[in-house]
Design a binder for this molecule. Structure first.
Ligand code: SF4
Length: 331
């Protein structure tokens, strides 16, 4: 591991002021960053340890929403009574996301900033990775691409976003509150992560000096009918091949509104406005879910080893909506 400076600021403003070094990084749970440093993928010259800042509360917001502190652990968030009552799909997604040991260390803010688990990104022995080394090419496009994206890819990168939690947050329409040197701002979840385009080295629209303060969940009508379904190679310690966060607002068997986001298929949590619009006003039936699933995967572009993801994603969507309509799995 390359040597680095270590700082422990007393408050958020001091933390933000500390990121003036070109390769400064915030350190919270460290569950991804430290791995990447050991692998020589991330080479920060300064670590700003924010773990002791007062950003770990989970609190109610006016109007029935919930504010998840950026430094609340994934374990505390998934186990929180109000999260389980109001956003059970989020609790399910977090529980599906990692081992208990990792959930005890990993923070909510860090979960949003996880980097892809593309094998070529993680191993500097591979020369061609535009995300790790801009302009070097993409080994995955012509390589082994079983775990890679099928939606929103570019000729520069076909990596997927690894988070489960973020898929549920996308479906729930969360907002991310951040603080930079110039003050606070709010980023809609849909605008937080980026598609790869020509700059896959940039994962999010967070500015270099910005610190995540909280993730704010709006009040919503989806608590009674939501589900998170994750398909993976083994039952634990595995990232999603495909996942779906699905929620329904029902009125006597008719869908008043729907939410759908997918994981494991794109460079960011993939919310499908098209599928949601198709479900509004339709009966809560298998047939409706199949139509929505087809709409959600329209335009999918699989690669040599991941064509199976298209049908898998459709089946996962249908299952998630079926579970949601039946009252969902409770976390
Ligand atoms: Fe790198 Fe993206 Fe290609 Fe993976 S898919 S090798 S992360 S450029």
């Amino acid at each position: 591991m390359q040597p680095f400076e270590y700082q422990r600021p007393q408050n958020a403003q001091e933390a933000v002021n500390g990121v003036d070094a070109a390769h400064a990084k915030f350190l919270a749970g460290g569950t991804n960053l430290i791995d990447l440093m050991k692998q020589q993928v991330e080479l920060p010259t300064r670590l700003i340890d924010i773990k002791r800042l007062e950003l770990a509360k989970i609190e109610e917001m006016p109007g029935g929403g919930l504010r998840l502190g950026a430094l609340a652990t994934n374990a505390d968030t998934a186990g929180h009574t109000l999260v389980r009552q109001r956003y059970p799909m989020l609790a399910q997604a977090i529980l599906a996301g990692a081992s208990p040991q990792l959930r005890n260390m990993a923070t909510n803010g860090g979960n949003l900033l996880q980097r892809t688990r593309c094998y070529y990104f993680y191993d500097p022995a591979y020369e061609h990775c535009n995300k790790r080394k801009p302009g070097s090419g993409c080994a995955a496009i012509e390589g082994f691409n079983r775990i890679h994206a099928i939606l929103g890819t570019s000729t520069a990168c076909i990596a997927t976003h690894p988070s489960d939690m973020c898929v549920a947050l996308a479906a729930l329409g969360a907002r991310v509150r951040v603080q930079g040197k110039g003050g606070e701002r709010v980023i809609e979840f849909a605008d937080f992560h980026r598609l790869p385009g020509r700059t896959p080295e940039i994962d999010t629209n967070l500015r270099a000096d910005e610190l995540i303060l909280s993730i704010d969940l709006p009040a919503g009508p989806y608590a009674a009918h939501s589900a998170y379904v994750k398909v993976r190679d083994r039952a634990s310690y595995a990232f999603a091949l495909v996942s779906a966060a699905a929620a329904l607002e029902l009125d006597n068997g008719t869908i008043r509104s729907a939410r759908l986001a997918l994981g494991g298929v794109a460079h960011k949590p993939w919310r499908s406005d098209r599928a949601e619009a198709m479900l509004a006003g339709k009966p809560a039936s298998q047939q409706s879910y199949v139509v929505a699933a087809n709409a959600a995967l329209e335009g999918a572009k699989p690669f040599e080893h991941n064509a199976f993801k298209v049908e898998m994603a459709k089946a996962t969507i249908v299952r998630a909506f079926s579970l949601a309509a039946a009252g969902g799995d409770k976390a």
